[in-house]
Design a protein around this ligand. Structure first.
Ligand code: NAG
Ligand code: NAG
Ligand code: NAG
Ligand code: NAG
Ligand code: FE2
Length: 436
């Protein structure tokens, strides 16, 4: 019996492995890393990206090797003609023997919605352009997590860029630099063609932590310096969680790798943030986290459980529509859930950690599939949420298939703010007002 046990285990694992894989589709393998070298002049901007920064404002972020370049952005609605300019600030950081370039952050605005702007950073180099998000529906979000910087990442990004969208949501795990700091710079260059033209709103994953005992105990040095998000604009004291409004959606980017228990700053901030949501103005509430609260993949099982226990109730009572997570390198969509049970007033949970990083796919799903899990597949790809009006949104998942993206899952969602059985609860009465 003793000698048979390992064989039995092996068989069992193979059985589980094959059950998670649809037979007609050959799983892709990880692909090589892409390293994008610095190939502009010292004072020219590199790694340009933009993010929503409060009502009608955008933050422009970029890096220069030349530390003396001014943190100024010139911009306007006609190419080459900059009728406005704004000055911001810059920072830099060290990580052991690595010194970053000068990291500039400049807030520009007020900007008009759905408008092309042309801009130049620090007075040097190429002109960039972006389009501001709309002020009303429809609005389309591209969603992709655990991106990394491999040839699969490039494939995902090309599919993201091939069809128009307004704003990208990234639920954590950006560069996979994992303390090798030049990889943060390479990632910034790889995503620049996308992140300089549409706002990229990100939250942190475990690969952003980069703590080192005694020397860097708090971590997030590169992430916080490079990917400054509108936390001050949303009353948060930490770049690890924040919220913003765009068109008729309120979006909450939560932090899976900072305190979240009921005494934590994040929890108090979240309660206050939810209490301030006006569903007539923003009928949709979307939340992103990194470690999923619902997950039937064998990878990272249970890692989101303590955060779920701490925060699920207040998201449920606020009638959050969708929760996006990353971390697991696969796609999975659940039905509306609360407290591990199907619940018509709970959010739809989606795991979208399949951006294409060097670690490859999480192939093994538990069997049988829990029946709250509607669709699951271990393939690289990205998602799109198109909110068409105050009541309806279309979610779709697009698997990377070489040069094409293949839409493999889709569903129409109805906002909980318009669903009669769910909008009866007086939301403000369940969330006492907290100070900012
Ligand atoms: C710099 O690198 C990018 C990305 O690899 C490439 O598209 C571009 O042509 C390069 N520019 C120069 C001047 O070599
Ligand atoms: C919202 O969009 C859905 C789907 O296109 C449509 O059926 C519905 O009538 C629209 N509602 C309003 C109020 O326009
Ligand atoms: C991938 O693309 C090829 C060629 O267009 C097509 O024949 C095939 O069905 C696609 N496969 C999947 C899984 O999307
Ligand atoms: C909701 O509850 C709050 C606090 O109890 C109360 O002030 C408010 O009037 C209620 N709103 C509605 C629409 O019932
Ligand atoms: Fe992760």
């Amino acid at each position: 019996m003793k000698t048979l046990l390992p064989h039995f285990l092996l068989f069992f694992l193979l059985f589980v492995a094959t059950m998670g894989v649809s037979p007609e589709y050959t799983r892709p393998h990880p692909r090589p890393l892409i390293f994008r070298p610095h190939n502009r002049s010292e004072s020219e901007p590199q790694q340009v990206h933009i993010s929503v920064a409060g009502k009608d404002n955008m933050r422009v972020s970029w890096i220069t090797s030349d530390k003396k370049v001014k943190s100024v952005v010139e911009y306007g609605k006609t190419p080459g003609k900059y009728e406005a300019s704004a000055t911001g600030e810059s920072t830099s950081y060290k990580y052991f023997f690595y010194s970053s370039g000068e990291i500039h952050h400049v807030r520009i605005g007020p900007l008009e919605p759905s408008t092309m702007y042309y801009y130049r950073c620090g007075g040097y180099g190429p002109e960039f352009s972006f389009r501001t998000p709309p002020s009303a529906f429809p609005i389309e979000f591209a969603v992709t997590g655990d991106l990394g910087q491999t040839e699969w990442t490039a494939s995902t990004l090309s599919h993201v860029g091939a069809r128009d969208y307004d704003l990208l949501l990234l639920p954590g795990d950006l560069s996979y630099a994992d303390t090798n700091q030049p990889l943060w710079d390479s990632f910034g260059r790889l995503v620049e063609p996308y992140a300089s033209t549409r706002p990229w709103m990100v939250t942190e994953g475990n690969h952003e932590i980069e703590t080192f005992p005694i020397i860097y105990p708090h971590g997030f040095r590169a992430y916080n310096a490079r990917w400054l998000m509108p936390h001050q604009e949303s009353g948060s004291t930490s770049n690890l969680y924040y919220s913003f409004d765009v068109a008729g959606a309120h979006i909450i980017m939560l932090g899976s790798y900072t305190d979240f228990d009921s005494n934590s700053n994040q929890y108090k901030w979240l309660r206050g943030d939810l209490a301030r949501v006006d569903r007539r103005r923003t009928p949709w509430i979307l939340v992103t986290i990194h470690a999923p609260w619902y997950n039937s993949n064998l990878a990272h099982k249970g890692e989101g459980e303590s955060m779920r226990k701490a925060m699920e109730k207040i998201l449920y009572e606020a009638r959050v529509d969708v929760v996006f997570a990353g971390h697991v390198h696969a796609y999975e969509r659940f039905t509306r859930v609360y407290d591990n049970k199907a619940d018509e007033c709970g959010p739809v949970h989606v795991t979208i950690g399949d951006g294409g990083n060097r670690e490859g796919l999480a192939m093994l799903f538990e069997n049988p599939s829990p029946w709250i899990s509607v669709y699951r597949e271990a393939s690289f790809g990205h998602g799109r949420l198109r909110i068409v009006n105050s009541t309806h949104a279309h979610w779709s998942w697009h698997r990377n298939n070489e040069t094409d993206a293949h839409m493999s899952d889709e569903v129409w969602l109805e906002s909980l703010s318009s669903s009669t059985p769910c909008n009866q609860i007086n939301i403000s009465s369940t969330s006492p007002n907290d100070e900012l």
